[in-house]
Design a protein around this ligand. Structure first.
Ligand code: G1P
Length: 265
């Protein structure tokens, strides 16, 4: 089945980037002259995704405005004879859904249940930025081959594994288990990063787990991803792209330096 849908999670409190994120959503922070979410939507578009659902928490109105046609600015530019492409995503079907209360990535993704229906879908975390490659395209290519849900991984150095979900592989090199932020004895150097290709089983797994969760507890997706490993199987792609954690100031600055060095004349 062809994959045409993707969701982008913009639900959380962005505590690692306070105080600016009190009033500027982290996905709207600029990398050179474009917000982070622009690069993510561009990545999805270039991979052939046509339908995008952006899951927005409180205060994300400016994120939605960014995708509007701005007649006023368009008119001013036209009068001045300036030619800047302000609506590169006009052919995409972009929708927004409000997330009333941030309760972690799993709960955020669950808000897409009805929209997703029966189709496989891509999940993009809005603070994971990939440059110099297209991890969504890598997922779609691998899906054609394996026909299984997939995760994107990246190699991290020893000593860094405690910051990520780390995958353990079985003898066939399939994912056996994901260990979330292992404090000791990490099973590999392959860290799960913010692009997945999932099926509707995710929603069933989340419904099962939700019964035992406190309503105010933030839940990451690792428990549900581990259920894939035990049922349908879960594969991975190690991305060729460079990954930046733009959810915190140093990662955001690194991404800007990378773009300035590689793209901007
Ligand atoms: C989440 C996931 C973790 C993954 C990371 C990558 O962690 O729980 O498995 O490695 O994203 O960005 P968070 O960054 O939300 O703590």
């Amino acid at each position: 089945m062809q994959v045409t849908k993707a969701i982008i999670t913009c639900g959380g409190y962005s505590t690692r980037f306070l105080p600016i994120t009190k009033s500027v959503p982290k996905e709207m922070l600029p990398i050179h002259n474009k917000p982070i979410i622009h690069y993510i939507v561009e990545e999805l578009q270039q991979a052939g995704i046509t339908d995008i659902l952006i899951l927005c928490g409180r205060g994300r109105e400016v994120t939605q405005n960014y995708f509007d046609k701005n007649f006023e600015v368009d008119t001013v530019l036209e009068r001045k004879g300036v030619n800047i492409e302000l609506n590169p995503f006009r052919d995409l079907n972009i929708m927004f859904k409000r997330v009333a209360m941030p309760r972690g990535s799993a709960d955020c993704i669950y808000h897409a249940k009805q929209w997703v229906g029966n189709e496989p879908f891509v999940v993009a975390y809005s603070d994971d930025l990939f440059l110099g490659g297209n991890p969504t395209q890598e997922l779609l290519d691998a899906y054609k081959k394996f026909k299984k849900p997939l995760l994107t991984t990246t190699q991290v150095p020893d000593g860094e594994q405690h910051k990520y979900g780390i995958i353990r592989l079985d003898k066939r090199q399939y994912i056996d288990e994901i260990i979330e932020k292992p404090m000791q004895n990490p099973p590999s150097n392959l860290a799960v990063v913010g692009r997945y290709l999932l099926t509707k089983d995710f929603f069933k797994f989340f419904e099962e787990d939700r019964k035992t969760l406190a309503s105010d507890k933030e839940v990451c997706t690792t428990a549900q991803l581990n259920k894939f490993t035990k049922t349908t199987g879960l594969r991975y792609v190690t991305t060729e792209a460079k990954r930046f954690d733009t959810g915190q100031p140093v990662g955001w600055l690194d991404a800007n330096l990378w773009v300035l060095t590689n793209f901007v004349n």
